[in-house]
Ligand binder design. Sequence first.
Ligand SMILES: [Zn+2]
Ligand SMILES: [Zn+2]
Length: 239
Amino acid sequence: MTDVLGKADLHIHSNHSDGLARIPEIMEYVQERTDLSVIAITDHNTIEGARFAKSLEEMYDFEVIVGEEISSQSGHIIGLFLERPIRAGLTAKETIARINDQDGIAIIPHPFSNRGVFGPFGRGGFLDAVNDMAFHALEVYNSIPYLGWANRVAAKMFAGGQGIAATGGSDAHVLEGIGTGYTVFKGRSAEDLRTAIDDLDTHAETGKAGLSLALRYAVRIPQIRRQHARNWELCTVDG
Ligand SMILES: [Zn+2]
Ligand SMILES: [Zn+2]
């Protein structure tokens, strides 16, 4: 085992759902402005952008994981290492089962926020789910500023030792958000990251987030909402 530590931002949106940046811009930004060795493109209910990013990967010094942020009936679930898209509107359990069918990694992002799987159920729902659903990791850091409270709750539950890995992601919807939340793991490659998640040997960190990012988001929220409206069918749960 190597002692090199890699950084992975496992939660990035592009304009294939409600992000503002195009895939080539994201690739350039990661290469020029971050020290990430792995990224996952996780658009809402599509893997189109992620596949495009993957097809560009060999031109860059970092690896791309094809991911999707799936709108399940009870909230968002991230699938990593996907080969086929998973549709919105399934139960959380079924969504996770389909990720596992593809040998993917299932992550519960922003777990206690409104759109989070455990938001409406609180701690009881969370403990049931840990026993009930075969997800791999909980996103304990998600750098969109208003999620601070939810992140603290998630971190506290993780500290309780639930036998799941902790990952971090930025949930970036703009270029400047990329890399502000990330997962630290042993190694450099996407496969190293997978191994680290399996070994529960990852942790979440925050980069250069903070006030300036909060301001930038505030300024650009109308744009993000317009992009969301444009891809409305993709970004919502139907029923
Ligand atoms: Zn989400
Ligand atoms: Zn997201």
